[in-house]
Design a protein around this ligand. Structure first.
Ligand code: ADP
Ligand code: MG
Length: 437
């Protein structure tokens, strides 16, 4: 990481609000410039405007760290919610935050254990190896083991709620949405973000998932060390492997890419069908890829886990079931059950929902309708994003400013779109229908 370490974080509410207000002005100024250019007939594209705003917003977010950056990452995952410029800028969020200085890291250790890192470990690299949204990861050794130590930025837990309160209006404005209609969905996201600040919870969830999924082939989970962990420090095995981008640059064979993709697919199917619990942050930074044993995926970051209630699990599976799409009556009753269609809807509105949902489910459910699916064909993901764009532009749909359906679907959708995007990046051919027992 080449950025200068940060000596302090703008942690006080006032300082953070001030920083954010500055961005607000800058974004406002970008708009003024845009329209001024337009007024004099100069060539000002909307894309240019988005680019300028995205850069400004991103700069502010990465200085503020914490939950703000996490919100940005979530937005980036939902590419079709954001103009492309924002999505691209925020996709890099996980990799490009300036690191915390050594003294702040030592302070975090003293607060948690009463000892400095060099007293706790046999070896501790004071320079972070990876920066992340609400923490940074150091390399350490103890008793001959290579360890990853995630240290949370001080003040994140305390400021997360006020951060969300600040990001909310900006994010909603970018997306052109109203808060009242989004309340249950926002509450769902806030709940997950708050959980992420508790590394003790992440530790117990990581241990539980590793125990339940340890038998799945070609996956690797770190062991966690409770005695070396706290609410803000998480110590686990250092996993080998590379991030997606670096891994792909080594030109792995198609066989390896297929095995990695299959491992990811099976992992998510097992979690949804058997555990009703999802690793709901399929950001590329949370997986490490290696060619070991023909392709192994290391799974990291159990900070965002979605427990899926039985009802929503059944509805989700039923909606993706190929038989549903072939039977409009069944689709209609399922959508009514799921709260997407309402008994009082005017016929035209009902038609509109049925039309857009048949289209969406047809596309999202496509991998489930074939025995093997080639995610290497980029046109699939492109049509998913194009559909998202179309729906955003859809005049009838835009008038329905109020989203429908259970808030539990927020993370279910996000997880599957994220998974599909990972598999597309890998270019994997995946057996999507389990072999008959
Ligand atoms: N156990 C580990 N072994 C190797 N690298 C790790 C490990 N844990 C985290 N990292 C590195 O640190 C980065 C951020 O860790 P992560 O747990 O995803 O943080 P966050 O919860 O803030 O997103 C990962 O992308 C990965 O590169
Ligand atoms: Mg992560």
């Amino acid at each position: 990481m080449s950025d200068q370490p940060q000596e302090s974080l703008p942690t006080s509410k006032v300082a953070r609000a001030a920083r954010f207000a500055k961005t607000g002005f800058k974004v406002g100024a970008n708009y003024v410039q845009h329209y001024a250019k337009k007024a004099v007939g100069a060539d000002a594209t909307t894309a240019e405007l988005h680019q300028a705003n995205a850069e400004e917003l991103y700069g502010t977010l990465s200085e503020m760290k914490g939950s703000v950056l996490k919100v940005a990452q979530m937005l980036a995952m939902e590419k079709n919610l954001l103009p492309p410029a924002y999505a691209e800028q925020f996709r890099q969020a996980q990799y490009q935050t300036p690191p915390l200085s050594g003294p702040l890291v030592v302070k975090a250790f003293r607060d948690a254990f009463g000892h400095s890192p060099s007293e706790v470990f046999d070896e501790f690299d004071p320079n972070a190896r990876q920066a992340a949204s609400i923490g940074q990861v150091h390399f350490a050794r103890k008793l001959g083991k290579d360890l990853a130590v995630k240290v949370q930025y001080p003040g994140v837990g305390a400021s997360i709620q006020s951060d969300i309160a600040m990001v909310k209006p900006v994010a909603l404005r970018i997306m052109g949405l109203k808060e009242e209609t989004l309340r249950p969905y926002i509450a769902e996201v806030e709940a997950r973000l708050l959980e992420e600040t508790d590394y003790k919870l992440e530790l117990s969830r990581g241990q539980a998932v590793a125990a339940k999924c340890g038998h799945l082939p070609h996956l690797q989970f770190p062991a966690y060390y409770p005695a070396l962990s706290s609410a803000r420090i998480l110590t686990m095995d250092w996993l080998p492997g590379q991030h997606m981008k670096e891994f792909l640059a080594t030109n792995p064979s198609q066989e390896v890419r297929n095995q990695l993709g299959q491992a990811l697919w099976d992992f998510y199917q097992y979690q949804l069908r058997e555990l009703r619990q999802l690793h709901a942050d399929p950001h590329p930074g949370n997986f490490l890829f290696s060619t070991t044993n023909g392709g192994t995926v290391g799974v990291l970051d159990f900070g965002c886990i979605k427990d899926v209630p039985a009802l929503e699990q059944q509805q989700f599976l039923a909606l993706l079931d190929p038989a549903t799409l072939a039977d409009p009556g069944r689709l209609e009753s399922l959508l009514t059950e799921a709260g997407v269609l309402r008994p009082g809807d005017a016929p035209a509105l009902r038609e509109m929902y049925l039309r857009t949902l048949t289209q969406s489910l047809g596309l999202v459910g496509r991998p489930f309708r074939e025995d093997t699916f080639d995610f290497g064909d980029p046109s699939y993901m492109q049509s998913l994003y194009a559909l998202g764009d179309d729906l955003m532009q859809d005049k009838d749909l835009r008038q329905q400013r109020e989203p429908r359906g259970s808030a539990h679907f927020v993370y279910l959708n996000r997880t599957y779109v994220g998974l599909f995007s990972l598999l597309t990046d890998l270019g994997a051919v995946v057996r999507t229908v389990p072999a008959a027992a």
